[in-house]
Design a protein around this ligand. Sequence first.
Ligand code: DX5
Ligand code: ZN
Length: 229
Amino acid sequence: MSQDRSIKIAPSILSADFANFGAEIRAIEAQGADWVHIDVMDNHFVPNLTFGPQAVAAFRPHVKTFMDVHLMISPVDPYIDAYAEAGADMITAHVEAESHIHRTLQAIRATGKMVGISLNPGTPLESIDYVLDLVDMVLLMTVNPGFGGQKFIESGVEKTRRLKRMIGDRPVLIQVDGGITPETAPAVVAAGADVLVAGSAVFKGGSAEAPEVYGENMRAIRAAAEGGR
Ligand code: DX5
Ligand code: ZN
């Protein structure tokens, strides 16, 4: 699947109705979401607190596509098995979150799940030079993590372009996360992004009772992104 370079839209349920996750997940998938992005936050690595393994396990039966778990927690290693058992398809850890990121990525691989590595906007690409062969995906943060609805940080475009060159022929996807909208999607896709995480731009104006708005929002992002290619 890492060879599949079609553009994927991964709505972040951080912008969903927190009292209605099952219906929200079913609604975005029925409306064309490719993946479901779960933002796990610990109020330590990032200034916000979200989903433990038990919550993620409760989402699992509703996700028919691909459950993409973005861990914004430090430490990571003690929780890898719990999120794997909760049913993640991909587990992404931050390079800034562990002193021994190589070991962390090996531990994720050992669970049989797909392996992602993420970088904050201020973290140089060189920090992943020696682990690129261990991952299926690199997630570039295009906002400082913690909250939905923030403004896209423009340096993410050039960073995506440089990462694409670094990856070369490797079967490694590029995911961008933060401030992705129909306005910002074309440039990151032109630079090489494969998977677009979007929270507020997908969920704005819709609800599980008015899911067609989610569909329109995702179509707008996808159409703009495909224009970027
Ligand atoms: C930010 C999270 C993102 C966030 C994106 O810490 O990792 O996934 O929910 O939200 P938007 O698309 O609203 O910037
Ligand atoms: Zn995320």
